[in-house]
Ligand binder design. Structure first.
Ligand code: HEM
Ligand SMILES: *[C@@H]1O[C@H](CO)[C@@H](O)[C@H](O)[C@H]1NC(C)=O
Length: 325
């Protein structure tokens, strides 16, 4: 009898534990509570993209930066207040992160249609998927039901987001801390096939690499010359940007991996993928099999989208994505 009760208790407890460790996200989460949720987000992403194709890159990066800091809880969207510097004002996000207005516009419409139902965190996940699809990547179902966090700290963005100076071991560790494999790190780095970078994110590779080399010897010298024209030394203009995959900057293709293979990866964190035989071989395979990369990328985005998700009665559904309720 006692054994039966304790076995039953054990089963109940282990079920509870499984529930807590695995975010219970579901495809079609809003089917009954707000059937148009995903359609409205997609419509706003399309509108933003029509005005500025760079918005798609911004939204893909926004989901990454949300998920790596306190999980995918919409914390990246919260505005700073007089007493708190939020994630979006960390140097990793300000001034480079973009696309916030797309989320704001979609949220305004959804609050009219189905007030208090759709989380900002889910909207970012949908918008990232729509952006991949709009730029020619593979669409995928987004498991939803994330709830919004109430905390956003700039210091946590700096502590959790990998900087462009990282080498392959540091990148592997940074992703492992979030439950992602080294191969998923290589796969997700392919997001750098769309969008742009500020000169300040890589100018050390052009002008102040190390004591023996002012220019990073792993960077193609002709490409470096071109980048130096676009990013003049000592320029104080913080708005200067260059495309990360100059051949096709608005298309989700394997151009990023081709660039890395040609020693034209923009960041140390891109070029470093060639310094390890395993990751170098994955870079090469991705250039040879774009369809396989696209499906690996979609799967890795789904996995990234589950990191630390709040579900059930945790967190809240923010009314305004910029403010906790
Ligand atoms: C592997 C580690 C990564 C590092 C070190 C890194 C670093 C960076 C940096 C420094 C920028 C340029 C920001 C700027 O100067 O404007 C950037 C842009 C971008 N990143 Fe990453 N990133 C990484 C992984 C990812 C992942 C996993 C994704 C998404 C799945 C992603 C998506 C993007 C996109 C789309 C842009 C272009 C943004 C725009 O045009 O507004 N990155 N990244
Ligand atoms: C500078 O970088 C090059 C290439 O990575 C390396 O071989 C060299 O040892 C570095 N020099 C110093 C002083 O760190």
């Amino acid at each position: 009898m006692v054994t039966c009760v304790s076995i039953a208790l054990l089963i109940v407890l282990s079920c509870v534990c499984i529930h807590q460790s695995e975010a219970q996200l579901q495809v079609g989460f809003y089917a009954t509570s707000c059937a148009t949720a995903e359609v409205i987000v997609k419509d706003e992403v399309q509108k933003g993209f029509a005005k500025d194709k760079g918005v798609a890159a911004g939204l893909v990066r926004m989901h990454f930066h949300d998920c790596f800091v306190r999980g995918c809880d919409g914390s990246v969207l919260i505005d700073s207040t007089p007493s708190n510097t939020a994630e979006k004002d960390s140097p990793a996000n300000n001034p480079s992160l973009r696309g916030f207005e797309v989320i704001d516009n979609a949220k305004a419409r959804l609050e009219t249609l189905c007030p208090g139902k759709v989380s900002c965190a889910d909207m970012v996940a949908f918008a990232a998927r729509d952006s991949i699809e709009l730029t020619g990547g593979l669409g995928y179902d987004v498991p939803a039901g994330r709830r919004d966090g109430r905390v956003s700290l700039a210091s946590e963005a700096s502590a959790n987001l990998p900087p462009p100076s990282f080498n392959v071991d540091q990148l592997t560790q940074s992703f492992a801390k979030k439950g992602l494999t080294q191969e998923e790190m290589v796969t997700l780095s392919g997001a750098h096939t769309i969008g742009r970078a500020h000169c300040t994110s890589f100018s050390n590779r052009l002008y102040s690499f190390n004591a023996t080399n002012s220019q990073d010897p792993s960077l193609d010298p002709l490409y470096a010359d071109q980048l130096k024209k676009q990013c003049p030394q000592g320029s104080t203009d913080p708005t200067l940007v260059v495309p990360m995959d100059p051949a096709t900057p608005t298309v989700t293709d394997v151009g990023y991996y081709r660039a890395v293979l040609a020693n034209k990866g923009l960041f140390t964190s891109d070029q470093t993928l060639l310094t390890d035989t395993v990751t170098a071989s994955q870079v090469n395979q991705n250039t040879l099999n774009p369809a396989s990369w696209k499906s690996k990328f979609a799967a890795a985005m789904v996995k990234m989208g589950q990191i630390g998700a709040l579900t059930g009665s945790d967190g809240e559904i923010r009314i305004n994505c910029r403010k906790i309720n």
